[in-house]
Design a protein around this ligand. Structure first.
Ligand SMILES: O=C(O)CCC(=O)C(=O)O
Ligand SMILES: [Fe+2]
Length: 211
């Protein structure tokens, strides 16, 4: 593995163990062609109405609550060539985190998400504490030239006092936000322009259990 990748994985592991979250520019890690191919795939899904309204809650409690989240999602299967290339990178991240932090991450799942103008996702955790289902969340943004006026930032809260903000991430293409799923409260602020992203969760369970 090349040195740049090693150093990226080291930074990621340090950020997670020290603060529980971190953000970094993954465009050199992934390469501009892969980012463009993923964005093109997503725009195609969005324009053909293949993205479905997302829900909240686990198992049979799963509901579509438009007051909590308004994004549309499509799960990735890893079959198209950009998805296969992305999955290889995520696999390296999974192994890299296991080697450095002994997290025992067994697999990952990912979906594309679009937030149309006005869409948001209120403050939440990605996993319920102690479930060891989703352990690490990773969000990759796919928007060229995102400006502060476009809104749609990911707002990160302090894990010990969740009304205290500790980060604001602009969803610019190639940027990644990574955080501990059970610990870091976060929200997506209303977007003023359609916002494209890809969320991935690294999980400790082998068999798919509800969140
Ligand atoms: O898109 C983002 O910035 C975060 C999305 C999110 O929190 C989620 O899908 O659980
Ligand atoms: Fe989330």
């Amino acid at each position: 593995m090349d040195e740049a990748r090693e150093s990226c994985l080291n930074q990621l592991a340090d950020g997670l163990s020290e603060h529980g979250w971190m953000t970094f520019d993954a465009s050199s890690f992934l390469g501009p062609r892969l980012l463009q191919a993923l964005a093109a795939e997503m725009m195609l899904l969005e324009s053909t109405d293949a993205m479905k309204k997302a829900g909240v809650g686990r198992g049979s409690d799963h509901v579509q609550d438009r007051s909590i989240r308004r994004d549309r999602i499509a799960w990735l299967q890893g079959i198209t060539s950009p998805q296969a290339a992305l999955f290889e990178n995520f696999e390296r991240i999974r192994e890299g985190l296991n080697q450095r932090l002994f997290l025992g991450l067994k697999r990952f799942e990912c979906h594309y998400a679009t937030y149309r103008p006005g869409d948001f996702y209120r403050k939440h955790l990605d996993s319920f504490r102690g479930r060891a289902s989703r352990v690490v969340s990773l969000v990759l943004y796919l928007n060229e030239d995102w400006q502060p006026k476009d809104g749609g930032e990911l707002r990160i809260f302090n894990r010990d006092s969740d009304h205290e903000m500790c980060g604001l991430v602009l969803p610019e293409a190639g940027r990644m936000a990574v955080f501990l799923s059970e610990e870091i409260p976060h929200e997506v602020l209303p977007a003023n322009r359609t916002r494209f992203s890809l969320a991935c969760w690294f999980r400790q369970d082998e068999v798919p259990l509800p969140l």
